[in-house]
Design a protein around this ligand. Structure first.
Ligand code: RRO
Length: 352
C-alpha cells in the first residue's frame, strides 16, 4: 500500500447497532453499497478503504459486447449535481467476468452485478452468463439508463417492457440470488412500474437511476454534452429520490428497496432508510471523496445509535408511521393534561 493511501475511514469502531439487512432473502452485513457507474468494479476505491467493509459493491452496468459509449464531453457540472452521458461504455461480459468479477470474488467482496441490454434476449443471456459465478451476491437489472439512442430502450418507462426484462432475468438466474430492478424517476407513476417488476419476479427494487437533463453552453450556444442529454445525479436529485423511495415503499411495503440519489452523509442515508430503503448506494459523492461510502456507513451507524436504535431494521420505513402519541400518567401541573402529547421520536438538529 502506498504512503499516500488513505484508509483512516475504517479505523474508528462502529457503535453497537445491528446493521445487517435482508435484501430478497440474502442477508448483508450492513446497508451501505457503492452505486452502479460511480466506482467501476471497486478496485480503485479499494486503495482508499477496504471495500469488503461495505454491504456490497454495485458494478458499472455491463452489456454483452464491449462498447465505447457516447461522444465526449461526457460529464458536465451543474448546481448541486452533475450530468453524465457515458452511454454504457464497458468491456463486455466476458472481460468483466474474467477481470472484474473474479477480482471482487478473490477480494471477498459481495458483488452486485448491474446488467444492461438492448433487448429482452440480451438480458436473458447476461443472466445466464452470471449463473454460478463466485462472488455474485445479487443482480441489479438496469432497465433505466437514460443515455441510450432510443428512448424505447428505457424499459423502466413502460410497465410491460420492464416486466418482460425482469421475468427473463429472474428465469435465468439462480433462485438463491436476488434480482433487483433499477427504476427511473422519469415516469408519471413509479409505484405502478415497481408493481409490474415485482409481479414479474423482481425480489427488490433499486430506486432511482439518474434523471434525464441537459445543459447548454451560453458561450458556444450549443449543448455541453456530446450526447446532448445526460443523467442528472448528486444532491440536486435527493428529494426526488426520497420521494420515489417513499412512494414505492408505501405501495409495496414488503419489497426491499436499495435507495440511491445524492447521498453524501449518514443523515442523508438515514433519510432514505426512514422513507423505506433497506439499504443505500453511495454514488456521485465518491468522485470528490473516495472514502465516502465507508464514512457514510459510520455516520449512519452513529445516527441510528444516537436515536436509540439497536437495529437498522427498526428504522426502515419509520417515517410512514404516525408520530407516537401518549397520555402522561401523572396529571400535568399546568392543567392541560387532557390533550394527548405528541412525542417527537427524534430531537436532533444536526448539520448535514
Ligand atoms: O452509462 C451511462 O451513461 C449511464 C447508465 Br448505464 C445509467 O444507468 N445511468 C446513467 O446516468 N448513466
Amino acid at each position: 500500500m502506498s504512503e499516500l493511501t488513505v484508509r483512516h475511514a475504517e479505523a474508528a469502531p462502529l457503535p453497537d447497532v445491528d446493521l445487517s439487512t435482508s435484501l430478497g432473502g440474502v442477508t448483508f452485513p450492513n446497508p451501505v453499497f457503492t452505486a452502479s457507474g460511480c466506482a467501476a468494479a471497486g478496485q480503485e476505491l479499494d486503495q482508499f478503504f477496504d471495500i469488503t467493509a461495505l454491504g456490497g459493491v454495485v458494478t458499472k452496468s455491463i452489456m454483452l459486447a464491449p462498447r465505447s459509449g457516447r461522444p465526449t464531453p461526457r460529464m458536465a457540472e451543474t448546481p448541486s449535481g452533475m450530468l453524465n452521458s457515458i452511454g454504457l461504455q464497458g468491456p463486455g461480459i466476458e472481460a468483466f467476468l474474467e477481470h472484474d468479477l473474479a477480482w471482487l470474488a478473490d477480494r471477498g467482496a459481495r458483488a452486485v452485478v448491474s446488467i444492461a441490454g438492448g433487448s429482452v434476449e440480451d438480458y436473458a443471456k447476461l443472466a445466464m452468463k452470471l449463473r454460478g459465478r463466485p462472488g455474485l451476491a445479487m443482480v441489479e437489472v438496469n432497465i433505466s439508463c437514460p443515455n441510450v439512442e432510443d428512448r424505447g430502450q428505457v424499459f423502466a418507462c413502460d410497465p410491460g417492457a420492464a416486466a418482460a426484462v425482469v421475468q427473463a432475468v429472474r428465469r435465468n438466474t439462480d433462485t438463491r440470488i436476488p434480482v433487483f430492478a433499477k427504476l427511473s424517476p422519469d415516469v408519471t407513476d413509479i409505484a405502478m412500474i415497481a408493481r409490474s417488476c415485482v409481479n414479474a419476479g423482481a425480489d427488490g427494487l433499486s430506486v432511482i437511476n439518474t434523471l434525464l437533463g441537459m445543459v447548454i453552453d451560453t458561450a458556444t450556444m450549443r449543448p455541453v454534452l456530446g450526447g446532448v442529454t445526460g443523467g442528472l445525479s448528486g444532491p440536486a436529485i435527493r428529494p426526488v429520490a426520497v420521494r420515489c423511495v417513499w412512494q414505492v415503499h408505501q405501495a409495496l411495503p414488503d419489497v426491499p428497496i436499495l435507495g440511491m440519489g445524492g447521498i453524501r452523509t449518514g443523515l442523508d442515508a438515514l433519510e432514505f432508510v426512514l422513507a423505506g430503503a433497506s439499504a443505500v448506494s453511495v454514488g456521485t459523492t465518491v468522485f470528490g471523496d473516495p472514502t465516502a461510502p465507508v464514512r457514510v456507513l459510520h455516520e449512519l451507524a452513529h445516527a441510528l445509535a444516537q436515536r436509540g436504535f439497536g437495529r437498522l431494521e427498526d428504522a426502515i420505513g419509520l417515517a410512514h408511521r404516525p408520530p407516537e402519541i401518549y397520555v402522561p400518567e401523572e396529571p400535568d401541573p399546568v392543567g392541560d393534561d387532557q390533550l394527548p402529547l405528541v412525542r417527537q421520536p427524534v430531537g436532533f438538529e444536526e448539520e448535514r
